[in-house]
Ligand binder design. Structure first.
Ligand SMILES: *[C@@H]1O[C@H](CO)[C@@H](O)[C@H](O)[C@H]1NC(C)=O
Ligand SMILES: *[C@@H]1O[C@H](CO)[C@@H](O)[C@H](O)[C@H]1NC(C)=O
Ligand SMILES: *[C@@H]1O[C@H](CO)[C@@H](O)[C@H](O)[C@H]1NC(C)=O
Ligand SMILES: *[C@@H]1O[C@H](CO)[C@@H](O)[C@H](O)[C@H]1NC(C)=O
Length: 623
């Protein structure tokens, strides 16, 4: 134990003394004197569980009024209608406080002791969707404070302690486009909002990262000491709708600086033999003629993921409120243009995916499908291999195969850059707590084989924080540079595939998604009944591993890539999707009759995108 902890202290000091731009050799000074201050009276921390929670887009709205109108203009604030006590599924209303309270109570009862950390991808405050009650800075701060307090309450290490002194597990927050005023607009830091959020997230941002956060709203948190770090990216600097900044090509831009920070930190993570999960609010959506990020940011991100494919475990996002994932294709990276530092192409302005209708969300999903339909699809022999969890057979030609088969396989692997599909990287988007559809929570499972008893985050918290020296991000070092593309070094020639590509410790294996049918609970307890009958009930929606459709052996890129090609099979460009939510029953019957044979993976993907709220019969013409 002792030696493990000294090593841990050493490695912690190693990151924390490193200047972000320093070369790899500089942070190797041994700090053997370091003694962790683990008193004998400290309870041993619990072991890893191999699970973590991804929660996103809570959108607390203290103006929500049960019984008010759900119409767009009324926003569940005014008029008379059927706004439910726990929220109103299927419209643009935000979350009543009861939904937030109940959701945290449910997390406390059902998940608190089952997870190792929380990835929380932002948007805690309500939308600015009501002219009669415009948002104010105080509200945005207040709603963020309320949500932060819930996390502190649920995950405090000592339930008798109030105010909170310590957390039982790390919580990693992230800035959403509605967590700032005005929404979407985020100036270069330090600014008012990095200061406000840094105070509210005092318990969540590691002390040695606070300066970094103040500078730009990004930071990383070593959620499993010496093993895994979660990178909270400030995607507002990549977001095309943030008019206060301009992408990632110019060194004066915070997006550029963030990419430099990410590059340097991932390099340090690689040198320490660690892995990283990236997380952010606005995902790098890019398909058809729309995209959410500035192109120069998307280009760098995709290039970084390609070069750090041995390090990055996966990327998790929110914002869009629909359940889906996306693939970044490294063949779309245009290094020459990035080197020439050309201005990034601007895409259609409605790339703000928020508040976009079911219709436009469905057409976005269709454009993803078209993109996936154009990818090379695995030949039968590869499908067989990929459906097994036994990675030892990957890429080998098992048994005697006919020459044609082998050739097809070779050609396919060449197209996807080898047997692990390293041409691609994945970003996964969790649906929201705010019930645009139904409130949703996602519990991710990851591989902890061989690291079950590694010292945890809590063990390191118990060390004297003075020993964990400041690791701040000094932007002046960036200012001295010229704008240029520093292509990150790739993995070593003989490096094995990373955890995103082959199942190994820290690989994402599965997620279990939980949803609460708040319509149902509304019906079983009329609004007049006592509050206690409005208990929220989150139930399992599906698990990716054994749901009967996806049946993914794990969440590696090749597993999700194969699912994507299945979803994309038979895609026809420009499918006409009829998504009127108020389709009458007779319309549905009519459509049922002319329902064609459909692609099951695609249909399931589409149903799940809207958390089962929309009947798939409402989607017409999806062959
Ligand atoms: C977004 O929502 C607001 C308020 O409901 C509405 O007035 C506006 O037209 C919507 N914008 C789009 C592009 O749908
Ligand atoms: C939510 O919980 C807080 C305490 O955490 C309480 O003050 C508030 O009244 C609750 N609100 C509702 C609507 O249940
Ligand atoms: C975790 O990875 C190891 C390989 O390092 C593998 O043997 C094991 O089966 C994986 N665990 C799970 C649950 O997939
Ligand atoms: C939710 O509950 C309502 C009312 O009981 C029901 O009509 C609907 O089918 C349920 N939806 C899901 C996805 O469970």
């Amino acid at each position: 134990m002792r030696s493990a902890l000294s090593l841990l202290a050493l490695a912690t000091a190693v990151t924390t003394t490193a200047s972000p731009l320093a070369g790899p050799q500089q942070h190797q000074q041994p700090l053997l004197e370091l003694e962790p201050q683990l008193g004998a009276e400290k309870k041993p921390s619990r072991a890893l569980t191999g699970k973590f929670l991804h929660v996103t887009d809570l959108h607390l709205d203290r103006f929500y009024k049960p019984g008010s109108s759900t119409d767009g203009d009324e926003a569940c604030h005014h008029g008379n209608g059927n706004a439910g006590y726990l929220g109103s599924a299927g419209n643009d209303c935000d979350s009543p406080e009861s939904l937030i309270n109940e959701t945290f109570d449910w997390i406390e009862k059902n998940l608190k002791d089952e997870i190792d950390f929380v990835v929380w991808t932002g948007d805690s405050a309500r939308h600015d969707n009501d002219e009669r009650i415009p948002r104010t800075e105080n509200q945005v701060e207040e709603f963020n404070a309320v949500v932060a307090k819930h996390f502190e309450r649920v995950f405090r290490s000592d339930p008798n302690q109030d105010p909170v002194a310590a957390l039982s597990i790390p919580i990693v927050p992230n800035i959403g486009n509605n967590d700032v005023m005005p929404h979407n607009i985020f100036e270069k830091g330090p600014n008012r909002w990095t200061e406000i959020l840094s105070n509210l997230w005092n318990h969540f941002i590691p002390e040695e990262q606070r300066h970094t956060f103040m500078q730009g709203g990004w930071f990383n948190s070593e959620v499993i000491p010496n093993k895994l770090s979660v990178f909270s990216l400030n995607t507002l600097y990549f977001f095309d709708s943030n008019n206060a900044v301009d992408g990632c090509a110019q060194k004066s831009e915070p997006g550029y600086q963030q990419m430099e920070w990410l590059r340097v930190q991932l390099q340090i993570i690689r040198e320490r033999g660690m892995k990283a999960i990236l997380m952010g609010h606005v995902p790098p959506a890019r398909s058809g003629d729309k995209q959410a990020w500035d192109e120069s940011c998307w280009q760098k991100y995709t290039l970084w993921l390609r070069q750090y494919r041995d390090v990055v475990v996966g990327s998790l996002y929110g914002h869009m409120n629909i359940d889906h994932f996306m693939l970044q294709d490294s063949e779309d990276v245009d290094i020459d243009n990035l080197l020439l530092d050309l201005p990034s192409p601007r895409f259609i302005e409605d790339s703000d995916y928020e508040n976009f209708t079911v219709q436009s969300k469905a057409s976005y999903l269709t454009s993803l499908r078209d993109q996936w339909g154009s990818f090379p699809s695995p030949p039968g022999s590869v499908k067989d291999e990929w459906s097994t969890t036994d990675t030892s057979v990957i890429g080998t030609a098992k048994g005697k195969k006919r020459g044609g088969k082998k050739k097809r396989k070779r050609e396919f692997f060449k197209k996807i850059h080898g047997p692990y599909a390293e041409r691609f990287s994945i970003s996964m988007v969790s649906p929201s707590v705010v019930p645009n559809y139904y409130p949703t929570l996602r519990v991710m499972e990851y591989n902890i084989t061989g690291i079950e008893n590694t010292p945890t985050w809590v063990d390191v918290q118990n060390m004297d924080t003075n020993e964990r020296k400041s690791n701040f991000w000094d932007e002046r070092e960036i200012e001295l540079q010229k704008s240029k593309l520093r292509v990150p070094a790739g993995p070593g020639k003989n490096a094995p595939p990373g955890p995103a590509y082959s199942n190994q410790p820290l690989t994402l294996l599965n997620y279990a998604q939980y949803y609460a049918n708040i319509t149902e609970s509304e019906q079983s307890s009329p609004p007049s009944s006592s509050l206690s009958s409005h208990r929220i009930h989150y139930e399992l929606e599906y698990r990716t591993q054994d749901d009967g459709v996806y049946d993914l052996p794990d969440l590696t890129v090749r597993s999700l890539f194969q699912l994507a090609t299945q979803i994309g099979a038979g895609a026809t460009n420009g499918a006409n999707i009829q998504t009127d939510e108020l389709t009458s029953d007779s319309d549905i019957d009519r459509k049922k009759k002319k329902k064609k044979k459909k692609n099951k993976a695609w249909r399931t993907f589409l149903e799940r995108a809207f958390v089962g709220l929309l009947d798939d019969d409402k989607f017409e013409d999806i062959a």
